[in-house]
Design a protein around this ligand. Sequence first.
Ligand SMILES: Nc1ncnc2c1ncn2[C@@H]1O[C@H](COP(=O)(O)OP(=O)(O)OP(=O)(O)O)[C@@H](O)[C@H]1O
Length: 235
Amino acid sequence: MSDAVISVRGLRKTFGPTVAVDDVSFDIPGGRIVGLLGRNGAGKTTTIRSILGMTRPDAGETRVLGQPYAERPDAAARVGVSLDELALLRWLPVRTELRVWASYLRIADARVEEILDVVGLREAARKPARALSTGMQKRLSLGIALLASPEILILDEPLNGLDPDGIRWIRGLLRAHADQGGTVLLSSHLLAEMQETVDEVIVMQQSVRYHGSLADITANGTASLEDRFFEIVDH
Ligand SMILES: Nc1ncnc2c1ncn2[C@@H]1O[C@H](COP(=O)(O)OP(=O)(O)OP(=O)(O)O)[C@@H](O)[C@H]1O
């Protein structure tokens, strides 16, 4: 395999008669924000879950920093993950939830205080996660993903539920992450937002229909990502 930060080769996964992904291959280099796009049921989450070792593929392999994610003892520290189904201990106050994760990751509580500011949840720090709005829960999930200052972020639908401020905030956060050499793989349906956010685009429909730079797919910004998306998936 190449020295890509995230590598997917020949991935196939079926659920009974449903082919969720078929022969999906791509390499993601470091320092880039890569958007995984596709209709409902296109296989984005299955691909992400396969990369994270949460789904066992029928065929193919995935690697993160050269090794299968599940075989990396340092995976939790080096890869920040936020999935659409939020893995929050919903009855815990926000600060305690972050401290539980910090303890697991052997990170000092001082970092929890930093993260509360980074994700804008200081005022909500005493509230249980279940009392937060969807967008605020998303911020908490992102806070957990960022705790260990990982070099890779894998985010399934991170924009869902965020208000315009939240979307602008996350865009800045992801750009700063990539500018420092970090890598981001994120899925989203929000094509206009993705056009403002990503460096590279992977369009999926069971298999990869397109993988290239945002500049190429949008002809240096003269075409909309949405128009190009429909041309590709309806072709
Ligand atoms: N655990 C499962 N059991 C049965 N079918 C599944 C399971 N997970 C996914 N699928 C099916 O696999 C296909 C791909 O689903 P997947 O969730 O990967 O798509 P997606 O691109 O993430 O969709 P969405 O945008 O709606 O989140 C769909 O047809 C879905 O119904």
